[in-house]
Design a protein around this ligand. Structure first.
Ligand code: F0G
Length: 458
């Protein structure tokens, strides 16, 4: 290959020193945290891959935008700037700021969802599902079956199975379905993208039945990168052109701006329909704040606008997604099973094949997360039985098809040397994998238990 290697299109201007505890100290810390990684003090973590949400490094342009934030209650210049950027990049007329993604879900769903409604989608994110179930409605997962076969190296495993979607509409009827939600990229399914062809096809089905199509767009730019690099016909298009086309098929969106807009806090709803915007506005004022700040400060909206522009640059996305793939390749080389292909923001390690001796009801992915912290000071997050929660009706534990430890990579924060430490930590565990035992829950909350549950070792 005679192609110049890619490298990050930025250099480091300021660093944040990290503390490295000894293994014995980490053992004490995780025991005190009752084996829930959320309970650790972040300072006691060396490499924090808990989430890519709100943990990115802002650019000097974003920091300078912060200094120019306009903190006016109504009509702030920073809001207008943010709104213009969203209109230009994503093509929606109406914009409502919210303090983060789940707040956008809360506001939009308050306007759209009634009890007993059905919301089809592609593996809804847990807060999305939480906000649906909280309203006595049901999220129906219509993702393609291939998504749960982690060995299948397919380019678009976030796609909706159109037959499942049609069947869902036929079964429940249009009146019961206030909207279809497409999560791009699909986080729950392994950070896997949705193809433009699939977006188009879902949109056509929705239009035919007059059902609005909404994007959960937290990682839309990473999704656009995969379309550019994997889908026939898009190689010559810029990321911004692809983004414009993707959103042209949707009626609205919720956004956790803590991901692809590379800011530490913030979100928004964007819509085409004025009536829906008005209905949401009332809830926004009640839950979030006035229409031109919605729980964000002016400076955060200014940084959001700058971040959206940077986050949709090809060179940035290329370096970001290559780093995620680098970690995936290093882990795969050890013979450890991961969800393939590597996702846009994270690597998902299969805990069932890692620890075949640990029953799924003894939370193997949680065990792996605890072990990785002890070995290498790395914090991931369980995406398995703990996060799957209990069935809201039967209260039985739901055993998901995949039991995963997610290693989410913050944007522009760590180097590939850090990724080597992560892979090394997994190698230590892998070499003595037979010696691990399961966990038992001591305390759990009735919904979204993974954040606060406590465990004991079996
Ligand atoms: N939708 C998706 C696809 C998400 O991944 C998240 C958050 C949300 C909505 C909610 O946004 O956190 O701003 O309220 N995901 C984070 C994660 C928490 O770690 O994956 P939020």
């Amino acid at each position: 290959m005679n192609q110049q290697p890619y490298a990050e299109p930025w250099r480091v201007k300021m660093v944040e020193p990290l503390k490295i505890l000894s293994k014995a100290e980490r053992e004490t810390k995780i025991k005190a945290a009752e084996y829930n990684l959320f309970n650790l003090a972040a300072e006691d973590v060396y490499i924090d891959l808990l989430t890519d949400s709100g943990t990115g490094a802002m650019s000097d342009r974003q920091w300078s935008a912060l200094m120019q934030g306009d903190e006016s209650y109504a009509g702030s210049r920073s809001f207008i700037e943010m709104k213009k950027t969203i209109q230009e990049l994503l093509g929606f007329e109406y914009v409502l700021p919210t303090h983060q993604g789940r707040a956008a879900e809360n506001v939009l769903f308050s306007a759209l969802i009634k009890p007993q409604d059905i919301i089809p989608g592609n593996a809804h994110f847990d807060t999305t599902k939480g906000h649906i179930e909280f309203r006595q409605a049901t999220a129906v997962d219509c993702t393609v079956d291939e998504a749960t076969d982690m060995n299948l190296e397919l380019p678009f495993k976030g796609n909706v199975d159109l037959t499942k979607l049609e069947a869902c509409i036929a079964k429940y009827g249009v009146e019961k379905i206030p909207f279809v939600i497409l999560t791009i990229t699909c986080n729950t399914g392994g950070g896997q993208p949705v193809s433009m062809a699939n977006i188009k096809a879902v949109s056509a089905i929705c239009k035919e039945h007059k059902i609005p199509m909404i994007f959960d767009a937290a990682r839309f730019a990473e999704n656009a990168y995969f379309i550019k690099t994997r889908e026939q016909g898009y190689q010559q298009h810029s990321i911004k052109e692809i983004v414009r086309e993707m959103f042209s098929y949707a009626d609205g969106m919720t956004m956790s701006a803590k991901k692809d807009a590379i800011i530490n806090i913030g979100g928004f709803i964007a819509l085409r329909d004025r009536e829906l915007y008005r209905a949401c506005s009332t809830f926004n004022i009640m839950f979030e704040g006035y229409l031109t700040y919605g729980g964000m400060s002016g400076r955060d909206m200014a940084a959001l606008a700058a971040g959206l522009r940077e986050g949709t640059e090809f060179e940035y996305l290329q370096a970001r997604i290559a780093q995620v793939k680098y970690l995936g390749d290093e882990i795969s080389k050890l013979g450890i099973q991961i969800v393939k292909p590597a996702g846009g923001h994270a690597i998902y390690v299969d805990a069932l094949s890692f620890f075949p001796q640990i029953e799924q009801k003894q939370y193997p992915a949680q065990v792996l997360g605890v072990a990785l912290y002890v070995e290498a000071g790395v914090r991931g997050v369980e995406i398995g039985t703990v996060m799957a929660d209990r069935d809201p009706k039967t209260r039985e534990e739901r055993l998901p098809k995949m039991e995963l430890l997610r290693l989410a990579i913050p944007r522009r924060v760590y180097t590939n040397n850090h990724m080597d430490v992560v892979a090394w930590g997994l190698k230590q565990i892998w070499e003595k994998r037979e010696s691990y035992k399961g966990l038992k829950i001591k305390y759990e909350a009735p919904i979204m238990r993974h954040f606060t549950a406590t465990f004991e070792q079996l």
